[in-house]
Design a protein around this ligand. Structure first.
Ligand SMILES: N[C@@H](CCC(=O)N[C@@H](CS)C(=O)NCC(=O)O)C(=O)O
Length: 222
């Protein structure tokens, strides 16, 4: 088996890139990283070669591209079964798959009005009734998962799983936009921020100087 390669974009901005990166790192799977920052020559010259869709992330495994975050997550779970990327118990696993699918396809108001920006601090920006509704649903998901399946640790299903990788960019948004949360959600935010993989990704994101105007609705161009 050759070493996997994960193709990503900016660590400050690319929430979809963050998910499989945190997943692989969190599971302890070794991989190479190709970073194609938005607007860069590397992106212009490399995206067609690395990505069948023109989007990131893409995970290359044994010469085959796997694109779209959910497909990558399922492939990782299948390829490294001993790392237990999904919860072991069937009922928990079904719920984990559901909350990932809901994240994958939904929360458009939150994603649009509060784009991921790890180095940014925009308290109160982006809040509107639709965003508030998305946040309410996310808090309900986190609360239910923690209560029903969280006994074995501090994460949604106790120990680290694909579900935590999926919600990690939501956690960083809640920090960037200083979203007020009930205690159970606040504790989950702290648990995700303490994960070594999330710390490593976030430190690298904060250190990136690139300004991408489309992802910066609340900042003046420098
Ligand atoms: N459904 C895709 C979404 C991927 C996606 O939207 N990626 C963004 C970066 S976060 C992208 O590549 N945007 C570049 C573009 O739109 O040209 C997935 O889950 O991987």
């Amino acid at each position: 088996m050759s070493r996997p390669t994960l193709v990503i974009a900016n660590k400050n901005y690319s929430s979809w890139s963050m998910r499989p990166w945190v997943l692989l790192r969190g599971l302890g799977v070794e991989f190479d990283e190709v970073q194609l920052k938005f607007g860069s020559d590397a992106h212009r010259d490399g995206i067609a070669r690395w990505s069948p869709t023109g989007l990131v992330p893409v995970l290359w495994l044994d010469g085959e591209p796997v694109w779209d975050t959910l497909a990558i997550a399922e492939t990782v779970a299948e390829r490294w079964p001993e790392r237990r990327a999904w919860p072991a118990e069937a009922r928990a696993r079904a719920v984990a798959r559901s909350v990932c699918a809901e994240m994958h396809a939904g929360f458009r108001a939150l994603r649009g009005a509060m784009p991921m920006n790890i180095r940014g601090a925009y308290p109160g920006k982006g809040m509107n009734p639709d965003v508030r509704k998305d946040i309410g649903r996310i808090v309900a998901i986190w609360t239910s998962c923690r209560e029903r399946f969280g006994q074995g640790g501090d994460l949604l299903f106790g120990r680290f799983s694909i579900a935590d990788a999926y919600y990690a960019p939501v956690v960083t948004r809640f920090v960037t936009y200083a979203v007020e949360l009930p205690p159970v959600a606040r504790r989950y935010v702290d648990a995700v921020l303490a994960l070594p993989a999330v710390r490593e990704w976030s430190a690298a994101g904060r250190a990136e100087p690139e300004f991408v105007a489309e992802d910066e609705p609340y900042a003046a161009r420098p």
